[in-house]
Design a protein around this ligand. Structure first.
Ligand code: SAH
Ligand code: SF4
Length: 373
């Protein structure tokens, strides 16, 4: 079978070249061409002997995921839709800010965890993305944003300075591919991002958090969303398997190896569900022993969702309760509203696989029309 070289990190490429009877340094050369310089054509890899280039053409290919839509929001947010076959698409969103440019990428087509407020969850699970599909979102975004054309390298200013795994899917339910993709993001011969600038967001898969800690500790965000097990069982069903006391201990273990000295707790603000002052105090008690910051996410509605976004004054009051207790708390700005690029709105799958709603959701056609229009 022909191997897609974008599926391989430094160790994988080294093994691949060893099998071809080639020296290990070929891995470094090819990593640079593919990821650092964005060059996918073997013939343009000038420091590689012609005989090896021919061998590569025969045994390998380089296939990033195909961009099927690319939309720019009025606020500068840019959303890329990728075809991942079988009628499925996943999304990456680029969010430019004064100090940084953040790319939010997906790790699965759909998600099996079925959080009650998440449109990806409501679409059901299709499959894990490959390494090439995960890291290929970064490759394609760099390409489209002109980073390769500008000759951007690890040392200087970056268009994409931060990557967050907060798009579609649960990264820790696709741990092997996620870890390999993370290694490529951190590799100086590839994307050269620092561990602090790459964030994995998880709904709290405790054993996989421990593995990530040991295999590739990057910055960690945990989707908390509720201050007690009763409510979290309802909002984030995986909580029934890994309840809050286990999750808090896993956060503490993670912090022993984390590149930042805090965990970010994400908390979606659902009107009348999890946004009272009493719940803010309960949250403070729950997280008292864990060095953390809070990121409040105003709920982004989607068709058929049973929730409403908390009002702006309610969110402010909730944030103030946390801040008054000395916990750094930010409220996420809702961006890309006009292109449905906000958290939890990431559409892209043609079919509602679970038939939970018994109808088609987010037809792809619509996206494409809006792009061309
Ligand atoms: N599966 C991972 C990462 C992807 S979701 C996780 O759950 O952490 C990224 C963030 O968006 C999570 O905090 C998730 O809870 C949040 N989110 C999901 N649906 C949302 C919605 N409709 N509005 C606001 N945030 C949402
Ligand atoms: Fe999956 Fe995260 Fe959505 Fe929950 S919030 S269904 S874990 S993508």
């Amino acid at each position: 079978m022909t191997v897609n070289l974008l599926d391989l990190d430094a160790a994988g490429l080294t093994a691949f070249f060893a099998e071809c009877g080639e020296k290990p340094f070929r891995a470094r050369q090819v990593l640079r061409w593919l990821h650092r310089f964005g060059q996918l054509d073997f013939d343009a890899m000038t420091d590689i002997a012609r005989s090896l280039r021919e061998k590569l053409r025969a045994t390998a290919q380089v296939l990033p995921p195909v961009v099927i839509a690319d939309r720019l929001s009025d606020d500068g947010t840019r959303k890329f839709l990728f075809d991942v076959g079988g009628g499925n698409a996943v999304e990456a969103v680029f969010i430019p800010e004064a100090e940084r440019g953040t790319l939010c990428i997906s790790t699965q087509a759909g998600c099996a965890l079925d959080c009650s407020f998440c449109s990806t969850g409501k679409q059901g699970f299709n499959r894990n993305l490959t390494v090439a599909e995960i890291v290929g979102q970064l490759w394609q975004a760099r390409h489209s944003l002109g980073a390769y054309a500008a000759g951007e390298t690890a040392g200087g200013e970056r268009v994409i300075s931060n990557v967050v795994l907060m798009g579609m899917g649960e990264p820790l339910a696709n741990l092997d591919n996620t870890v390999t993709a993370l290694r490529l993001m951190l590799d100086d011969n590839a994307y050269g991002l620092s561990r602090r600038r790459v964030t994995v967001s998880t709904s709290g898969l405790v054993p996989a958090m421990d593995r990530l800690r040991n295999e590739c500790p990057v910055a960690l965000a945990v989707s908390l969303h509720a201050p007690n097990d009763r409510l979290r069982d309802e909002l984030v069903p995986i909580n029934r398997k890994y309840p809050l006391h286990e999750l808090m201990s896993a956060c503490l273990r993670y912090l022993e190896k984390a590149p930042r000295d805090f965990v970010t707790f994400e908390y979606v603000m659902l009107a009348g569900v999890n946004d009272s002052d009493a719940q803010a105090h309960e949250l403070l008690a729950l997280t008292r022993d864990v060095p953390c910051k809070f990121n409040l996410i105003p709920f982004n509605p989607f068709p058929g969702s049973p929730y409403h976004r908390s009002s702006a004054p309610r969110i402010r009051q909730f944030a103030e309760t946390l801040i008054d207790a000395g916990v750094v708390t930010t409220t996420r700005k809702t961006r890309g509203d006009d292109i449905d690029a906000a958290c939890g709105q990431l559409a892209g799958q043609v079919l509602d696989r679970t038939q939970r709603t018994g109808r088609r959701v987010f037809p792809l056609r619509l996206d494409l029309q809006r792009v061309s229009g």
